[in-house]
Design a protein around this ligand. Structure first.
Ligand code: S3P
Length: 187
């Protein structure tokens, strides 16, 4: 199985669905934000506060490049990862399948209403910030994705993982060229 890369907005379920998908497909699960935090020994919020967003984005690029080429992974990206073309290219070049977990804005707003871990939402009007980012990003997520799976938040995580699994298989199957008839033997 090729590496599966889950992308989508903050709160779309990338990490929880990714973990369940990895279990289902006997792959290893890697959450990019957690991988960066482990390497940096500080939280994403601290990285943003101390070094700025641009520094975090560079770490994200390095991590994407590094993970893309390792076999047998389900990778959950951060909500901003696939907005950078070079990250998408790194995943594509390594043959990863990019899956968008598409979640309605109101579900995200509800899920993240008490969240304090996301630096981009540490603003007075969180709902407006989410709406603005969501509207900017949805077209970019769709452009990056090979497969789109809707996650309205009303389906258990394991069931979502099974849906993603099936969708990835369908994509890989459809993408394969139909088997050619045997070439005539020479001589
Ligand atoms: C970000 C999303 C976060 C994290 C960082 C930036 C974004 O990840 O990478 O706070 O730009 O949307 P989650 O999508 O896992 O919240």
């Amino acid at each position: 199985m090729k590496n599966v890369v889950l992308c989508g907005f903050m709160g779309s379920g990338k990490s929880s669905v990714g973990e369940a998908l990895a279990r289902l497909s006997h792959a290893r699960f890697v959450d990019m934000d957690r991988a960066i935090e482990a390497r940096e020994k500080r939280t994403v919020s601290d990285i943003f506060a101390q070094d700025g967003e641009a520094a975090f984005r560079r770490m994200e690029c390095d991590t994407a490049r590094e993970l893309a080429g390792r076999p047998g992974l389900v990778i959950s990206t951060g909500g901003g990862t696939v907005l950078r073309a070079e990250n998408v290219e790194a995943f594509r070049a390594a043959g990863c399948v990019i899956v968008l977990l598409e979640v309605p804005l109101h579900v995200v707003q509800h899920r993240l209403r008490h969240d304090r871990s996301r630096p981009l939402l540490a603003v007075p009007d969180r709902e407006a910030a989410m709406r603005r980012l969501y509207e900017q990003r949805v077209p970019l997520y769709r452009a990056a994705a090979d497969v789109v799976v809707e996650n309205r938040g009303n389906v258990p995580v394991r069931q979502m993982a099974r849906r993603v699994h099936r969708a990835v298989h369908a994509f890989l199957h459809a993408g394969r060229r139909p088997s050619a008839p045997d070439a005539p033997h020479q001589g």
